[in-house]
Design a protein around this ligand. Structure first.
Ligand code: HAM
Length: 425
C-alpha cells in the first residue's frame, strides 16, 4: 500500500457514491428555486477575524477547531471557513447588496473545515447545504427558511426527523438570563470538570447542551431562558410556531437549545435524526439580526438561515434505504469490438453516437470480446453494439439489449433513432 493516505477526517467520494450526492444536490437546487433562493459561492478562506467576530471567540469552533495559517510571515492570519454564514454576510456587506434590494435570499452547497475529533458523522472537511435570508427576520421569513429546509427532507423522503426549536430572545433578555444561570450554577462549580468550569466562566449558555449526565441533572433545575424573554420576543416566537403548525410541521420546544455559535438571537432551531447516534444534529440555524452590525455594517440587517450537514443527511438516507433506488446515469451503449485491429472503426462509431447525444463507451485496453461483454454488464450499459469485419462491410450492426438479450441488426442511423428518445426522455 502506498504511504499516502487521505488526511485524518477527510474522505474520498467515489463515482458509486456521487449518484446519491448528485440526486440530493439536484433536489436542493430545485427546492431552493421553488422558494426563490439564488446560489452564492464565497472563498474557501477568509481573514481569521471574520470568524472570531461572528461565531464568537469563546465558542468551540473559534477556540479549538479552526484551521488557521499565515501565508506571509508578517501578513494577516487566514482561516479555512468553518461555516458559511459569516462569509455570506461579509460578501453581502462588501458588495453593498442591500442597495440593490432590501431582501436577499441566498443558498449554497459548500465544503467546510473544522479541526474536530473525527468520528461517524463528524469530519474535518465536510459539506453543508444552507440558506441565508438577509434583510428580513419576520416570523414569515423564519417560517419560510424552516419550511424550505423541511421541504428538502420531505422531497428526499427522509423520515423520523425531529425539529427542535427555542427562542434565545434579544441581547438584553439573554444577558439577564446568563446572569441568573451563572448565579444558579456557581455553587455546583467545584464539582465540574475543567471544560465545564471554563464554559461557566466564558460562555455559561454552552453548559446547557452538555452531554454529561451529572451536569444535565443540575441543568434540569436551572432557570429557563424562555422565562426571561420580553413580551415582544414571546409574541414573535409564538407567531413562528403558528406558521409551522399551519404548514403542518411538527416541532418540539426545547428550552435547552442554545446552538454553538454566538450570533443567534430569537428563534433558533435544530433538526436531529435518530439514525445518527452521538452526532445526531443533521442541521440547524436561526435568526442572526446582530451579525451585520458586528461585522461593521452601519445599518442593522435582520437575517435568518440554516445549514444541513450533507454527510449526515446522506448517512441518514442510506440507513433508511433511500439510496438504493437512485439510479446512476449508466451508458446507453457499450461498443464491443471483435478485434483490437478494428479499434479505429469503433472510435468512429463511438464518436458518431456521442455527437448524437447517446452516452457511449468502448474498450480502450484491447480486451477480449468476453471481457468487453463483462465490462458492458458491469457498467450496466443498456445495449451492446457489435463491431466486427462483417458489420463494417455491411454497415449493419448487431445491437443487443443487455436486459432482455434481444438482438437486432441496424444501421448506425437506425441505432441513433432508436436510442435518442431514451436519452431525452
Ligand atoms: P452548525 O450547527 O455549526 O451551524 O452546522 C450545521 C450542520 O453542519 C450540523 O448540524 C451538522 O449536520 C453539520 N456539521 C457541523 N460540523 C460538522 C462536522 N465536523 N462534520 C460533519 N458535519 C458537520 C452552522 O454552521 C451555521 N452556519 C448554520 C446557520 C446558517 N445558521 C444560520 N445560517
Amino acid at each position: 500500500m502506498s504511504q499516502f493516505r487521505a488526511v485524518k477526517g477527510t474522505k474520498d467520494i467515489f463515482p458509486g457514491d456521487i449518484t446519491l450526492w448528485k440526486h440530493v444536490e439536484s433536489v436542493i437546487h430545485k427546492v431552493a428555486g421553488l422558494y426563490g433562493f439564488r446560489e452564492i459561492r464565497t472563498p474557501v478562506f477568509e481573514y481569521t477575524e471574520l470568524f472570531q467576530r461572528s461565531i464568537g471567540i469563546s465558542t468551540d469552533i473559534v477556540g479549538k477547531e479552526m484551521f488557521t495559517f499565515r501565508p506571509e510571515e508578517k501578513g494577516r492570519s487566514i482561516t479555512l471557513r468553518p461555516e458559511m454564514t459569516a462569509g455570506v454576510m461579509r460578501a453581502f456587506i462588501q458588495s453593498n447588496l442591500a442597495a440593490a434590494s432590501p431582501v436577499h435570499k441566498l443558498y449554497y452547497i459548500a465544503d467546510l473545515f473544522r479541526k474536530e475529533r473525527p468520528q461517524a458523522g463528524r469530519q474535518r472537511q465536510f459539506s453543508q447545504f444552507g440558506a441565508e435570508l438577509i434583510g428580513a427576520s419576520s416570523p414569515e421569513a423564519v417560517a419560510e427558511v424552516i419550511g424550505m429546509m423541511m421541504r428538502v427532507f420531505a422531497d428526499l423522503e427522509v423520515r423520523e426527523l425531529e425539529l427542535r426549536i427555542n427562542s434565545l430572545g434579544d441581547v438584553d433578555d439573554r444577558l439577564r438570563y446568563i446572569r441568573a444561570l451563572r448565579d444558579y450554577l456557581q455553587p455546583y462549580a467545584p464539582g465540574f470538570d475543567e471544560s465545564a468550569r471554563e464554559r461557566l466562566e466564558k460562555n455559561p449558555l454552552r453548559i446547557l447542551d452538555s452531554k454529561d449526565p451529572g451536569i444535565q441533572a443540575i441543568i434540569a433545575g436551572a432557570p429557563k431562558l424562555i422565562d426571561f424573554l420580553s413580551v415582544q420576543a414571546v409574541d414573535d416566537f409564538e407567531r413562528v410556531l403558528h406558521y409551522l403548525e399551519k404548514e403542518g410541521m411538527s416541532y418540539i420546544i426545547d428550552p435547552l437549545l442554545v446552538r454553538g455559535l454566538d450570533y443567534y438571537c430569537h428563534t433558533a432551531f435544530e433538526v436531529t435524526s435518530p439514525e445518527l447516534g452521538a452526532q445526531d444534529a443533521i442541521g440547524g440555524g436561526g435568526r442572526y439580526d446582530g451579525l451585520a452590525k458586528q461585522l461593521g455594517s452601519k445599518a442593522g440587517v435582520p437575517a435568518v438561515g440554516f445549514a444541513v450537514g450533507m454527510e449526515r443527511l446522506l448517512i441518514t438516507m442510506e440507513k433508511q434505504g433511500l439510496a438504493e433506488h437512485i439510479e446512476p446515469e449508466n451508458p446507453q451503449v457499450y461498443i464491443v469490438t471483435q478485434d483490437p485491429s478494428l479499434a479505429e472503426h469503433a472510435v468512429n462509431v463511438c464518436d458518431t453516437l456521442r455527437k448524437s447525444g447517446i452516452r457511449s463507451l468502448m474498450d480502450l485496453a484491447g480486451r477480449s470480446m468476453k471481457a468487453q461483454m463483462r465490462e458492458a454488464n458491469r457498467m450496466r450499459a443498456a445495449y451492446a453494439l457489435f463491431v466486427g469485419e462483417s458489420e463494417i462491410q455491411s454497415k449493419v450492426y448487431g445491437l443487443k439489449n443487455l436486459g432482455s438479450s434481444e438482438q437486432e441488426s441496424l444501421s448506425i442511423q437506425e441505432v441513433i433513432e432508436k436510442l435518442k428518445p431514451l436519452h431525452y426522455s
